[in-house]
Design a protein around this ligand. Structure first.
Ligand code: ADP
Ligand code: MG
Length: 542
């Protein structure tokens, strides 16, 4: 179908390229809503402690097993434009808050589902959007009054935040253990500037190492290199390490152009080799005289140079990653040197210990007790690659939420309690607004209950009874009551230590609202013919 304007008796004027298609009005809307709802439904069953995992197999046959909404949606090959917008919700949530991705997506889907009913009753989409905007704004006001301060019992609260984020993941069994690592790591690297707390998660370097059990994971106050020393004659460990960071090769410099040296007698060869040897010896001498006893080189180290270093008792590593060099520089205070002639004691960094240790079946280097130690490493272990990968994702979520909670200093109770409370407050608020917007605000309030309802469903509880119990508890002023996924019914979530950062909840509500309204405002979809020549319209259901 092509769009054109018909003049009086004139031939139609086509403004769009041949093959472009256009879908308008309710059809466009209901297609978009259906696609968005389909995405939300695909992750619904993973929500909460009793949520299930998904196994994703890509076209190459690689397998990912996860419970993480953002990961699932990233791996799914989704084409529909409205569905893609929902995936953006998950991405935004992940970037800003590290957690709450499934919540945000499920909420966006529910908001759209409720809008569909309103559109059917002839409430105009712009009215719905306005109502949703008012509701979300009011929700933010209400939340800002109900945050729980974490500072009084900081490590306990942060631990609970981490544990809540880890519940229901395959890492759930060791959540105490992992939470403890997360909290110690965040408190260690966290800083304060102008009264604002901040955590740079780049200062927490995570290394995965397959083998062993999850419980063999450790937090290292310093840096961990997945490397071994270059020469077995070097010491295995160096105390009071003075570290040189060098980003050029410790080798005889190769000429840029190919040159041939004609050697005519054995003496010449010997003197030529002597010269090379002398040069390398000189380099090592320079390193030694700077006072360095550890050398981390970003490039290669010549065999002969390795030998001289080993003889001088220097511990050396070659081909370190650039990111590791930068982290080492930050942690030990060393400057990264290109020319060994520039090396002197001022350029060196310091750590109380540099040590090579066997982890699993390979060696790793531990650099601990760093001088300017605002950098920690976490070594994650797990029996198989899939386990380590999922532990890594779980750890990233948990350390992320702990950092958010530490920065903001406020948390809210989980298990759907906050959303149930908001739902009730917004229903009251709607009454005062009146008109058609009131209907939209009521729809918004109802949509928030999708989270406790889904938590109940996934836990095998009766969702209707659970919502009734929840509403009853909240009517009695028990604001912290949420779904008791383990025993059924409802329960005080603060007492059960189910807490999550306020920012996670706020962001989930905001991005779900923004995306839902964005999708609702679309009443015209104009799509170009797909490049592959396939029938884009049929695929998208237009
Ligand atoms: P998301 O991707 O949205 O973080 P999750 O699968 O991690 O999804 O589930 C998060 C939801 O589970 C939150 O609503 C949280 O409050 C809830 N939750 C976590 N632990 C518990 C618990 N012990 N009891 C009840 N609800 C919980
Ligand atoms: Mg989560």
């Amino acid at each position: 179908m092509n769009s054109g304007a018909q003049g009086q008796g004139q031939a139609p004027i086509f403004i769009l390229k041949e093959g472009t298609s256009q879908t308008r009005g309710k059809t466009a809307q209901s297609n978009n809503i259906a696609a968005a709802k389909a995405v939300a439904n695909s992750v619904r069953s993973t929500l909460g402690p009793k949520g299930m995992d998904k196994m994703l197999v890509d076209s190459m046959g690689d397998v990912v097993i996860t419970n993480d909404g953002a990961t699932i949606l990233k791996e799914m090959d989704i084409e529909h434009p409205a569905a893609k917008m929902i995936i953006e919700v998950a991405k935004t949530q992940e970037q800003h808050c590290y957690d709450g991705t499934t919540t945000a997506v499920v909420l966006a889907g529910e908001l759209l589902k409720r809008s569909e009913d309103l559109i059917e009753q002839n409430v105009h989409p712009t009215v719905i959007c306005e109502g949703f905007r008012l509701a979300a704004e009011k929700a933010m006001d209400i939340l800002s009054e109900h945050g729980i301060d974490v500072n009084s019992e900081q490590s306990k609260m942060l631990n609970e935040v981490a544990k809540t984020a880890l519940t229901g993941k395959s890492a759930g069994a060791v959540r105490e253990f992992l939470s403890d690592i997360c909290v110690r790591a965040v408190i260690c690297v966290g800083g304060e500037e102008d009264g604002e707390r901040y955590v740079d998660l780049d200062d927490i370097k995570v290394q995965k190492k397959q083998g062993g059990s999850i419980r063999d994971s450790t937090l290292i106050d310093g840096i961990l290199l997945d490397k071994e020393r270059v020469h077995s004659g070097m010491p295995r460990s160096v105390t009071s390490a003075s570290i040189a960071l060098i980003n050029s090769a410790i080798e005889v410099k190769k000429t840029e152009v190919d040159a041939k040296i004609q050697i005519t007698n054995p003496n010449q060869l010997a003197s030529f080799l002597d010269e090379e040897e002398g040069y390398l010896k000189g380099l090592v001498e320079k390193i030694k005289s700077s006072g360095a006893n550890v050398v981390i080189c970003q490039k290669g180290i010549d065999d002969l140079a390795q030998h001289y270093m080993a003889k001088s008792g220097i511990f050396a590593v070659r081909r370190a990653k650039k990111s590791d060099m930068e982290a080492l520089s930050k942690a030990t205070g060393a400057s990264i040197i290109t020319n060994i002639d520039d090396l002197n004691s001022e350029e060196l960094g310091h750590a109380s210990k540099v040590e090579e240790k066997k982890i699993g079946d390979s060696d790793m280097i531990f650099i601990t007790g760093c001088e300017s130690a605002k950098s920690v490493s976490v070594l994650l272990r797990g029996g198989t690659e899939h386990v380590v990968d999922e532990i890594r994702r779980a750890f990233d979520d948990a350390v992320g939420v702990v950092s958010v909670a530490w920065e903001d200093g406020t948390v809210l109770t989980g298990g759907g309690s906050v959303l149930a409370a908001l739902s009730r407050d917004l229903r009251n608020f709607a009454e005062g607004v009146g008109g058609r917007e009131q209907m939209a605000i009521e729809a918004f309030a109802g949509a928030l209950e999708v989270i406790p309802r889904t938590l109940a469903e996934n836990a095998g509880l009766d969702p209707v009874n659970t919502i009734i119990d929840l509403r009853k508890a909240h009517a009695e002023g028990k604001r912290n009551f949420g779904v008791n996924v383990y025993e059924g019914g409802v329960k005080d979530m603060l007492a059960a230590n189910v807490v999550e950062p306020q920012r996670v909840v706020e962001q989930a509500i905001q991005s779900a609202t923004e995306t839902a309204t964005m999708i609702l405002r679309i009443d015209d979809v104009i799509s170009a013919k797909s490049a592959s020549g396939g029938d884009m319209d049929a695929m998208m259901g237009y």
